[in-house]
Design a protein around this ligand. Sequence first.
Ligand code: ZN
Length: 567
Amino acid sequence: MSYKRFTLLCLSAACMLGPALSAAADAKPPRLVLQITVDALRGDLPRRYAHVLGDGGFRYLMQQGIDYTNANYQHANTETIVGHVSLATGTVPAAHGMVANVWYDREKKRLTYNIEDPRYHLLTAGADVDQATEIDPTQRAAKVDGRSPDAILSSTFSDELAVHFNGKSRIFAVSVKDRGAVSLAGHAGKAFWFSKSSGEFVTSTYYYEQYPEWVTAWNARKPAMAYAGESWALIYPSSKYVFGNADDREYETDFPGFGRTFPHPYGAADDKYFTTRLTLSPAGDALTLDFAKTLLDKEQLGQDDVPDYLAISFSSTDYVGHLFGASSLESEDNLAHLDRTLADLLAYVDKKVGLANTLIVLSADHGQPEVPGHLHELGIEDAHYFDTKTLDKTPAIVALKKRFGVGEELIEAFFQPYVYLNHDLIRDKGLDQAEVEKAVAAELEKFDGVSTAVSSTALRTASLRDTLLMRSILRNFYQKRSGDIYVVFEPDVFINDFDGLTVASTHGSPWRYDTYVPVMFAGAGLQPRTLSRPVTPYDIAPTLAAWLGVKPPSGAIGTPLPEVLGN
Ligand SMILES: [Zn+2]
């Protein structure tokens, strides 16, 4: 029962007549808030692949919980840190400031990774990103090993929980991705993530001066090594799957040693891509689960009357989607594995805390597109990759040179979705910033596959057409970090070059396949419902806050969901 409902109860005669001991006892808040994020889980996927689901995982959430089937982000840049921080804070990047996985820092004159922080080093030596083997281009942008939530500008639900209960709530977040954990732990909680370099779960000095004993013990057990020489194999016979007869397709990524078909070998423990392959498969989620279960037990979450918080972000669905696409045997089987992982987690939480004492919410940081090659097979020809290497930029450069006397030098940096102009050059040449922005945007819009290029001056001065797309770009705009021009590709068009590694699909667009995510609440005595009315993932943090009678995060724009609060 929520505090809200207790308040309502207190308006009843029984409460006014005297101290309603039984009502007060009933009104205990959940002992644990469990926030599950599945990286890149598009809203349709649990239902689309329902034939590979068992009991106790997604089926529990969809059938025993409150399932919002029409939830969409309303910001333009549907990337990992942007979505995770939106889940944590209940607001848009314009308020929380995390406008992209990577932005250009104008003071440092270099690209910066969202949660890098030179002040807080990793606690494990040698756990830093290995530039030689790291395949995540955003991770490769980081210049230092340190990590912290410093760049997150608004408070998170977990921060508000810490404030409300005066530091007595135990607050943790776990993920394979550092940004999947640091985001949800907020400024007050503790975050752990997987280091591909060391094969261990690590943290930074922002959180700890030394590891808790149980973390050292978990890492000493070397659970990742159990996968050496093993493979990712199908759970079911191939006839069970929609894509059972379509394993090998030329547009899937042929990652070294992993291949395009089942079984996908992880390789030997000393292979340089061994731990990377774990993250590209359900093994990454299985390791996250194992670590999270140990954490729940050793940190004694949910064991007293002060509510605790555990956020778990499962990253495998995202990497599998990037490599093979949402419509692939790999994605279909990954969902089957994820479903078993969730069932295992929920059974464990039930045993340790009780699902009746746990408020569960599951969502995703963004969705994902379909692979153009797959759409071509179905006769949808317009889908294609936007190839920056073969792009002929000459006419654009010539046009800018003719008008301003300078061409390519006007562009200081491009990291999706923003183009950053060279402000010093514009000033030195005595050019008008707004005019240059407008001209560059106009040239960008001429490229085949570019839908819209929006200048930031136009955003700041609100001189734009009032469309949903423009609003989503505006919601993404934070002056100190956003670039000068926001580039939107047409639907089903995207860059698939992952810093040298060609992948099958990339999310990040403002289109519906990237904004559409599940929002499911369960546990804590919620009555099952399925709702198709539009909601947003920004509603989650204010809903958790309202449930506990905690004030909403500082930038929250979402609305507490009445069905969850029992209204
Ligand atoms: Zn991704």
